[in-house]
Design a protein around this ligand. Structure first.
Ligand SMILES: [Zn+2]
Length: 193
């Protein structure tokens, strides 16, 4: 990841007309405007540069609390998955929907207390998961599911996309019979999204 630290004002208070970056580097989002390829803040607020989605937004100070922080519990959808980590598109903070786009990373070492070999036994793209923010180092939300209440809330069959049902140690598809693994939240399938 290419961090041009001098350019980054993520989390900082910014003023209207303050330079946030360039369009080669970021996609301008809410609270910003572009002039001659440069992204500026439109309002007084807190800047958020999401280095994974490459979006830059400015959040008005009034709703400034509605941004994930360390120890926040979030709900998101699993996106791109690799064997040692997955990206999570965060859309809920606690019980509130978020308006901005936030991306989190769940690494295989933060799934649970004991060793987990691969993310394929934790979650798959499309699943809805509940996780905790454990750090936002380098403007990336690092997530953990290391608690009984955290993990997959809704899992979908990777063959036919039906909602999977928990069996003893595995998940089973009621439609096609496919069997998969997940790290479930205790209230799997119960919370309304
Ligand atoms: Zn299926």
């Amino acid at each position: 990841m290419n961090l041009k630290v001098s350019e980054h004002k993520s989390g900082h208070l910014v003023l209207p007309g303050e330079r946030l970056g360039v369009i080669e580097e970021f996609i301008p989002n809410s609270g910003t405007y572009v002039k001659d390829g440069v992204i500026y803040s439109k309002i007084v607020g807190r800047a958020l540069m999401d280095l994974l989605s490459k979006r830059v937004s400015v959040y008005p100070l009034i709703s400034g609390a509605n941004v994930p922080k360390v120890s926040s519990t979030i709900i998101g959808q699993v996106g791109h998955a690799q064997s040692d980590n997955v990206l999570v598109r965060i859309f809920k903070l606690g019980s509130k929907n978020l308006s901005g786009v936030f991306t989190g990373v769940l690494h295989v070492s933060d799934v649970r207390e004991r060793y987990v070999e691969s993310m394929t036994e934790v979650c798959k793209p499309g699943d809805i998961i509940r996780a905790k923010v454990i750090s936002n180092k380098n403007q990336v939300y690092h997530l953990s599911t290391n608690d009984k209440s955290l993990g997959v809330m809704y899992a979908f069959c990777s063959i036919c996309a039906s909602l999977l049902e928990p069996k003893r140690y595995e998940m089973q598809c009621p439609k096609c019979g496919n069997v998969e693994k997940r790290k479930l939240a205790l209230d799997y399938g119960k919370e309304e999204i």
